[in-house]
Ligand binder design. Structure first.
Ligand SMILES: Nc1nc2c(ncn2[C@@H]2O[C@H](COP(=O)(O)OP(=O)(O)OP(=O)(O)O)[C@@H](O)[C@H]2O)c(=O)[nH]1
Length: 311
């Protein structure tokens, strides 16, 4: 039996020496009792430099070298304080850490029954993590492509409607007023005809860029198609929305749209639909569309609210 144990111990010793995974044992007082080469390599040190040192000292040493864990706090002592509150709070725990040099490790910490020592295993998962992040970036880009209008870089029609419906649901729960505004650039065909489609495209982009900063963070803004834009104003009744849209209309009318030494001024017609209850996006859209038609047919460059939904 003794010889079986000693064979096992020696084989485990061989394994630890050559393993790419780091292994370490800390005493109940968190002094590093022993570790393999791979564990010391994580901190770019030799085993001998680390063994006998406390966990906190090892971390502070590596942070001072610009190595070790990437810590969220600017002060490593306060970061360690939080870590030590968690460390040893459970008999077993598994977590991922990112190091300052970009490597990632999956760490398992296990308190050994009896001695109270802690066995630490550190597995390098950098490659898996990089693949995970590439996948995440791709899916982020894909969802952006699906929801952002390529020309203006604001929400496209589909995403605008989805966001608006979410806002309407929220408004419905709290009975808050909401106003939907439909903006259409006046005589935009003439812009294309006189200055070309490329200039027209730039104008649409500039228009979105000029409108966006005038809105609140929680307003929803999107391109409905062509030269038509939608704005959903949560928590905004008809009177407030008229003030906001009149300001925006005047602001746009005073702007110059300049590209390649060509500069024009343009105006916008705006139809709005407000509601306080019975929120229905299609209904709002329909009413705003009717109001927009009225704004166009009665001279353009004006804001018309939907009369059927006066608050
Ligand atoms: N450059 C460019 N033009 C577009 C785009 N989408 C739609 N248009 C143009 O926008 C113009 C819209 O013209 P109309 O619907 O006649 O409206 P308008 O000339 O703005 O006149 P009113 O809306 O009645 O004031 C058309 O010439 C479309 O080709 C686009 O993405 N880029």
């Amino acid at each position: 039996m003794d010889s079986a144990i000693s064979t096992l111990t020696s084989r485990i010793g061989d394994f630890l020496g050559t393993s790419e995974d780091g292994y370490a044992i800390y005493s109940p007082q968190d002094i590093l009792l022993g570790c393999n080469k791979a564990y010391a390599n994580i901190l770019y040190r030799d085993e001998a430099e680390l063994i006998g040192k406390g966990f906190n000292d090892i971390i502070l040493l590596s942070v001072a070298d610009g190595m070790g864990p990437k810590i969220s706090d600017s002060d490593p002592h306060s970061w360690l304080k939080k870590v030590n509150q968690q460390r040893r709070s459970k008999a077993y725990c598994l977590f991922e850490i990112e190091l300052s040099d970009g490597r990632w490790f999956l760490i398992s910490e296990q308190i050994l029954l009896g001695s109270g020592d802690m066995l630490v295993q550190a597995k390098n998962i950098t490659k898996q993590k990089q693949r995970e992040m590439t996948l995440y970036e791709h899916s982020f880009q894909l969802s952006n492509l699906a929801s952002i209008d390529e020309l203006t870089q604001i929400a496209n029609r589909r995403s605008f409607i989805a966001q608006s419906k979410t806002e309407l649901n929220r408004a419905n729960r709290f009975n808050n007023p909401v106003t939907f505004c439909l903006l259409d650039i006046d005589y935009f065909k003439q812009v294309n005809d006189e200055y070309g489609h490329v200039f027209g495209d730039k104008v649409l982009k500039m228009f979105a860029d000029k409108v966006k900063p005038t809105l609140r963070q929680y307003d929803v803004f999107g391109r409905m198609g062509g030269e038509e834009f939608g704005i959903l104003l949560p928590n905004t009744n008809q009177k407030q929305s008229l003030d906001i849209m009149q300001r925006l209309r005047c602001y746009i009318a005073g702007q110059f749209f300049t590209h390649n030494n060509k500069s024009i001024q343009l105006t916008t017609s705006i139809g709005t639909a407000s509601c306080q209850q019975e929120y229905d996006f299609d209904q709002l859209y329909n009413n705003a569309d009717i109001a927009l038609y009225e704004a166009k047919s009665s001279g353009r460059n004006q804001v018309v609210p939907t009369l059927s939904l006066l608050l």
